[in-house]
Write a protein that binds this ligand. Sequence first.
Ligand SMILES: Nc1ncnc2c1ncn2[C@@H]1O[C@H](COP(=O)(O)OP(=O)(O)O)[C@@H](O)[C@H]1O
Ligand SMILES: [Mg+2]
Length: 588
Amino acid sequence: MIEGRITRISGPIVYAEGLDGCGLYDVVDVGNSKLIGEIIRLQEGAAVIQVYEDTTGMTIGEKVVSRLRPLALCLGPGLIGKIYDGIQRPLENMYEETGAFLLSGQRSAPLDEQKKFHFVPSLEQNDEISSGVVLGTVQETESIIHKIMVPPLTRGKKLTKIFPEGDYTINDTIAETELGEKLQLSQYWPVRVPRPYVEKLSVSEPLMTGQRVIDVFFPLSKGGTAAIPGGFGTGKTMTQHAIAKWCDADVIVYIGCGERGNEMTDVLSEFPTLIDPRTGRSLMERTILIANTSNMPVAAREVSLYSGITLAEYYRDMGMAVAIMADSTSRWAEALRELSGRMEEMPAEEGFPAYLPTRLAEFYERAGRVTTLCSKEGSVSIIGAVSPPGGDFSEPVTQHTKRFTRCFWALDRELANARHYPAIGWIESYSEYAAEVEEWWNRLDPRWAEVRLQALDLLKREQRLLQIVRLIGPDALPATDRLILIVAEMIKNGFLQQSAFDDIDVYSVPEKQIMILSLIMQFYIGALDIIKKGVSLSKVSLLPVREEIIRIKTSVPNDNLEQIAVVAKHLAEQFDSLEQQYRKVDVR
Ligand SMILES: Nc1ncnc2c1ncn2[C@@H]1O[C@H](COP(=O)(O)OP(=O)(O)O)[C@@H](O)[C@H]1O
Ligand SMILES: [Mg+2]
């Protein structure tokens, strides 16, 4: 053990000397109350330490003790359903112990050390092993089978002992290698180091979110990255929550990072009551929460992103699809800025440290679909909210995030003001995954690529027409152009707008998404045809089926899509009868 002394304190940044022999990023116990800190700069025994707890009351001269190991997470069964702070302290247990306010220096084991899990071995004595190989399984929740894997840094190549099926705690030995290494249900991994895998794979399967504007217009792949930039109140948190609730990932890691505490409370009270449509079980049975609200120490906020991604990688390594949400990465960047300022580093753009882009890149780089060490396919998808001050997307965090993410779901202030939710703007947003997921969609419904482009194109034309309308009014436009305005309205009301508060509309299965959009485009093509034949636009716009199509999103439940065929029939009938009326008029 190496012991040093505190020489200077600047909020969460503490300077110490006498730490020769320590490594960069070693964990240290700081001061008499043994606060958790991490060495982030070293110069001949003088260290700069980032402290994850409140340093109020600490004095110069108190001791600093290095634990000679990096900041690591405890990974094993029991993680699911937990709520942690940025350094994996279980908030619920600590609440039970001391009440609502975290005490500095307070400790609690990250995982329940008493609980027994039923372990079923899948290897035998003398079996060869390597990093990541599955030793056996534990049923962690009703829907999650937790694979117990050989920790990546294990050196032994052979099992000399594996314990029989039975109940074990996370610290019980369940296997031994020929080098005498003891393996348990749990393992440690340093948060700042990406967990190893065999290779990165292409990202061709979409992460279905049940949100139509995302899945059809701006799809995200399993293993992909997305940014949700938007000013205050435009719906970042609501969008993240909707994805966390309804996306088809196996495990969700939700990082509440520097935002208001009551938003985390919403998650905590709502998630356990919601049912996962795929498993029929509570959504909390696939979710891990990391809460670092605005009133908690900034250094812990800085590390919370890495803690979250490490948890995600651990479940990825078992061959699962994991989705991680960070709300908001801007608050994380602000933590970086504050820490950097206190270390008196040279500031770059808007006071952020020069390494902001590198750090963002490192974070998003940990997303991906991979072949895991146990030869399974697993993925980590990252969805980061960005809250640019004043909603100005030209600020550094938004700009750099844009470089490292391939989906950009730009929230539009005007849409939010008009209560068009989700307020994802269709002109500014994009997804670079559209080409990659096309084949997947083709298998489900080959109309996807076509109606998607048609609808996006129509919305672009609407945008241009609206500029003309602003100058000279709608009446000067030809009927075909006015039809575009009408259909664009249908796309917005009947397809893009989606209420998070409507029982049916809250999420749409992919089949329904395409059926709605196809019907709207069918309406457009049919209408265009009869207008060209001479039928007046007002007759077309008064067809009752128009309203019927717009209402499908809230009237047709996801498990009763046959009802949409009825609407399609009405569409054909009403166009037919309109055309016939017109013919009669024509003959006379
Ligand atoms: N999909 C949605 N459906 C209904 N209302 C929404 C939706 N998205 C956002 N809202 C409304 O917008 C408000 C602000 O959203 P929120 O996600 O908290 O914004 P932000 O996190 O960007 O500050 C919500 O309280 C809600 O009333
Ligand atoms: Mg928010």
